[in-house]
Design a protein around this ligand. Structure first.
Ligand code: NDP
Length: 454
């Protein structure tokens, strides 16, 4: 299919590149979408006539601002803040805030663009957005993180609101940062509204929101397995990262009978030769979320955990049935994909956003590895943020069980949409990338057509 429409795809991409110079992550995300959408549009000219592809790749608004803050020594530090308000055709902008030194406009545009399709797949009324800063919370004191968050929100509050733009967490933005930012918003605006999601359940948050991205990713993988009457029971699973998504993906794999053999951080990975136990997972959560330590410390405390400095989990010395990359973009390249294929991987489900490079994805396709893209697999996080917004709007709170059931049913629905739009008529195989892209695109594009040239 790509070959047949190569000229159209190349011409569109060269225009995107000339309008957005030096934004490699953004090109990668756009190319992955247009490879499947251009063939679809050629067969559905209504979208071509409305010029949807050009409009959807252009953010509605990009905000960039200075964030000055005082460190513990009394020095004034400066970081850069961003909010990319990408598309509001089906609801207020929605998407996380990332605090990491690698944050720049290209990274946030890629994430905001992906978010449009992901949010549409949830079936909830959520537009697409993303934001953050090149601030690094690692190694900072709580007071420094609070100073930064307050300064960041002092500017961001002008641009967001419960019916306008509702940020959440992402890399480097967890419960602590959301708390500080919410406090500053409330102070400046004198209103207690659902302007951020991922809040503590004590003061407006939803149960299951912290767990949602990880749980949802595993629910999606479970749906893939069910199509061939299989389950997670007894499967060996490699998880990367050790943050929010990794922790709860691991928890759900354990609950469903699988064995998680790896976790990592940006310094290296740990290998659990017998699979991580529930007690070891609790210890890891305490280490990462409270003590803010490194995964290497787990190996120091246990003889059956081994630490590999500077290596990725895809090197793990064992067979792997399922891989769930949950750290960051482009953390799994072609050589990693080949290693996984040699180890027998059958399913790769992206807990993170765009963790697999295009070459890695190609290798999976060529070797019949089922590949679930992040915008479908990890959509449970934003879906539960949507449920948090609904609860805030109604001034009420649902039980853990109810939110978890809603999450499960949304993930099943996303899986069904992928199957509906991604199944090959001849082979019956599901192309989850095509399915997710087209299902998300149709919903947003139809709304854009209804609303005219705005
Ligand atoms: P966290 O900050 O909680 O954890 C991130 C993890 O990834 C850490 O273990 C971190 O290690 C590792 N990591 C980050 N950057 C790198 C890097 N450059 N190289 C290697 N490891 C790295 O973030 P989340 O768990 O929230 O997010 C992880 C991924 O999931 C991201 O892609 C995010 O966009 C995506 N996602 C998150 C959602 C959510 O609800 N939180 C929703 C949907 C997607 P270290 O501590 O060394 O930095």
């Amino acid at each position: 299919m790509r070959q047949k429409y190569k000229a159209e795809i190349d011409s569109f991409m060269s225009e995107v590149k000339s309008r957005n110079p030096d934004e490699p992550e953004f090109f990668q995300a756009v190319e992955e979408v247009v490879e499947t959408i251009i063939p679809f549009i050629e067969e559905h000219p209504i979208y071509k006539e409305a010029n949807i592809l050009h409009r959807i790749t252009e953010p509605e608004r990009v905000i960039m601002f200075r964030v000055p803050w005082l460190d513990s020594e009394g020095n004034i530090q400066v970081n850069r803040g961003y909010r990319v308000e990408y598309n509001s055709a089906i609801g207020p902008y929605k998407g996380g805030l990332r605090f990491h030194p690698s944050v720049n406009l290209s990274v946030l545009k890629f994430l905001g663009f992906e978010q449009i399709f992901k949010n549409a797949l949830t079936t909830l009324p959520l537009g697409g957005g993303k934001g953050g800063s090149d601030f690094d919370p690692k190694g900072k004191t709580d007071a420094e993180v609070m100073n930064f968050c307050q300064s960041f929100m002092s500017e961001l509050q002008r641009h967001i609101g419960a019916n306008t733009d509702v940020p959440a967490g992402d890399i480097g933005v967890g419960a602590r940062e959301i708390g500080y930012m919410f406090g500053q918003y409330k102070r400046l605006r004198n209103e207690f509204t659902g302007v951020l999601t991922g809040k503590s359940p004590n003061w407006g948050g939803s149960f299951i929101r912290p767990e949602a991205t990880g749980y949802g990713s595993v629910y999606f993988i479970d749906e893939i397995l069910k199509r061939s009457n299989d389950s997670l029971e007894g499967k060996t699973v490699a998880v990367s990262g050790s943050g929010n998504v990794s922790q709860y993906a691991t928890e759900k794999v354990l609950e469903l009978g699988g064995k998680v053999v790896t976790l990592s951080d940006s310094s290296g990975y740990i290998y659990f030769k017998d699979g991580i136990t529930r007690e070891q997972l609790d210890e890891l959560m305490e280490l990462k979320n409270v003590k803010r330590g490194r995964v290497s410390e787990m190996a120091a405390n246990h003889s059956n955990i081994e630490y590999f400095e500077g290596e990725r989990v895809w090197n793990a010395p064992c067979t792997i049935d399922i891989a769930i990359p949950c750290a960051t973009q482009n953390e799994l390249d072609e050589s990693d994909a080949k290693k996984l294929i040699e180890k027998g991987v059958k399913i790769v489900g992206e807990g993170a956003n765009m963790p697999s490079t295009p070459e890695a994805v190609e290798a999976f396709y060529e070797n019949d590895v089922i590949f679930g893209p992040g915008k479908a697999v990890n959509a449970g996080g934003v879906a539960t943020s949507g449920l948090e917004m609904a609860q805030n709007a109604m001034n009420m709170r649902w039980s853990r069980e109810k939110v978890d059931q809603e999450l499960l049913s949304i993930m099943k629905n996303i899986h069904e949409q992928c199957v509906r739009y991604g199944t090959d008529d001849e082979t019956g195989k599901v192309d989850y990338v095509r399915g997710a892209n087209i299902a998300g695109f149709v919903k947003v594009a139809d709304a854009m057509i209804d609303q005219g040239a705005v």
